[in-house]
Design a protein around this ligand. Structure first.
Ligand code: HSE
Length: 437
């Protein structure tokens, strides 16, 4: 049988990795897929041919729409990224009856509902494993491997760049900007790295995970997003003293009132496996009612780890080319007519415990006043520590851990604490999760 012809859009980090993996492992992949898979056409505005394998077999042009319109091509791999023209290209490929594989989490999180509806009508597949957690097959695990379960919650380190920055800051005391530059040079960061450090990239991925876990439409606009830019080295140190690590987590949990959908720095007990996931590695902890907790770990970014997921999606599509569309795995894990309208919970109604750090006057009555505000707001304190003042300073850092409380109550308490004359500047807050079920 002739090889399946594939059109590749984008020959950057992941595009190059995909070409290399498909070329290097061609025989092994064909034995798995049942047919050879050949990238015959590619589109790229700029690319560096050095180190690319099998490029002589590929017709390269700079017009992605020409590849999408090429009748020889059966599968399009979209690795351009961004919203536009990626959206138009994917919709055009679908209209032309082609299957699509993409690593574009931004596109799926923002336009996935429209894209999957179009794909459903045309009887084609849009696969996006590479969009979430790089090389970890987390989409397949949640959508297929855990299909027996009611998923209760998911918590993940799903941005490699952010985790790399936090790890280097903690282990080597390196400067934020310096580490970010290295992450960019290594090909981990998004084209716009604020997507990484402000949690937008993680929010895209979490949106997708929540949909396939709970069977709800993609709702990126309702995801709460907070970045790692405010984390100071002193917070990292105090967290360690308290037996915690700070990780940039995406958390989604189904409660009776709604679905939590939030990305923020989170303190987690250092004894948890996920607290020890460092560098560019990602990990996703999934709690299913039948299976209990399961943890998935691997490289969250980089050329070949991401290519691993891209190629696996292509193999899945090739294996299913002759099946009826209605017998394929649904895009969002649940049958399209079975998505629920369970609401996304506003952040003010989410409950977590908190780490608070504030700078206060070192004089009698200050701690009592702060404890009084928290008590009046119904917030129970688990631990409180006054730290040594920095040299020449009269004010001291005060660190507290609270029990679980609704975000709205904590917002009100923090506002009242910041209004005290004895408290300087803003209160630093980091949400705390035990991740123990
Ligand atoms: N910029 C992303 C990250 C790439 O650092 O995780 C993989 O999605």
């Amino acid at each position: 049988m002739n090889p399946v012809k594939v059109g590749l859009l984008g020959l950057g980090t992941v595009g190059g990795g995909t070409l290399n993996v498909l070329t290097r492992n061609a025989q092994e992949i064909a034995r798995r897929a049942g047919r050879g898979i050949q990238i015959t056409h590619a589109a790229a505005k700029f690319y560096d041919p050095a180190g690319l394998l099998g490029l002589d077999q590929v017709e390269v042009c700079d017009d992605a729409f020409a590849v999408v319109d090429n009748p020889e091509v059966e599968i399009i791999i979209e690795l351009i990224g961004g919203y536009s023209p990626a959206r138009e290209l994917v919709l055009k490929a679908i209209e032309n009856g082609k299957h699509v594989v993409t690593a574009n989490k931004a596109l799926i999180a923002m336009h996935g509902n429209e894209i999957f509806e179009a794909a459903q009508k045309q009887g084609v597949t849009v696969a996006f494993e590479a969009g979430v957690a790089g090389g970890i097959p987390i989409i397949k695990a949640v959508r297929e491997g855990l299909a027996a379960n009611r998923i209760e919650w998911i918590a993940g380190i799903i941005n490699g760049t952010g985790n790399f920055i936090l790890t280097e800051m903690r282990d080597k005391g390196r400067d934020f900007d310096d580490v970010l530059k290295e992450a960019q040079a290594l090909g981990y960061a998004e084209a716009d790295p604020t997507f990484d450090v402000e949690g937008i990239d993680a929010a895209h991925k979490l949106t997708i995970l929540a949909s396939i876990a709970f069977g709800v439409p993609l709702q990126f606009d309702k995801t709460y997003t907070e970045g790692i830019g405010k984390i100071e080295r002193q917070d990292v140190a105090y967290a360690e003293e308290l037996g915690y690590r700070i990780k940039h987590l995406g958390v989604t949990r189904k409660t009776g009132k709604g679905i939590e959908l939030r990305v923020h720095p989170t303190m987690i007990p250092e004894r948890r496996l996920i607290a020890n996931v460092d560098g560019v590695m990602n990990a996703v902890l999934v709690m299913g009612d039948a299976v209990g907790p399961t943890l998935y770990y691997g490289a969250g970014a980089g050329a070949e780890p991401t290519a691993s997921a891209v190629v696996a999606d292509v193999v899945d599509i090739v294996r299913a080319l002759t099946t009826d569309p209605e017998n394929r795995v649904p895009h969002l894990a649940f049958q399209p007519g079975e998505l629920s309208d369970h609401p996304i919970l506003p952040m003010e109604e989410v409950q977590t415990a908190y780490y608070l750090r504030m700078t206060v006057d070192d004089k009698p009555g200050v701690v009592a006043a702060i404890a009084g505000i928290l008590g009046d707001a119904g917030i129970s304190i688990e631990a409180i520590q006054q730290k040594e003042p920095a040299e020449g300073e009269t004010r001291v850092p005060l660190v507290m851990l609270s029990h679980r409380v609704e975000e709205r109550q904590m917002n009100q308490a923090i506002e009242a604490i910041e209004a005290l004359d004895a408290v300087a500047g803003e209160v630093m807050r980091i949400r705390v999760e035990q991740l123990d079920g």
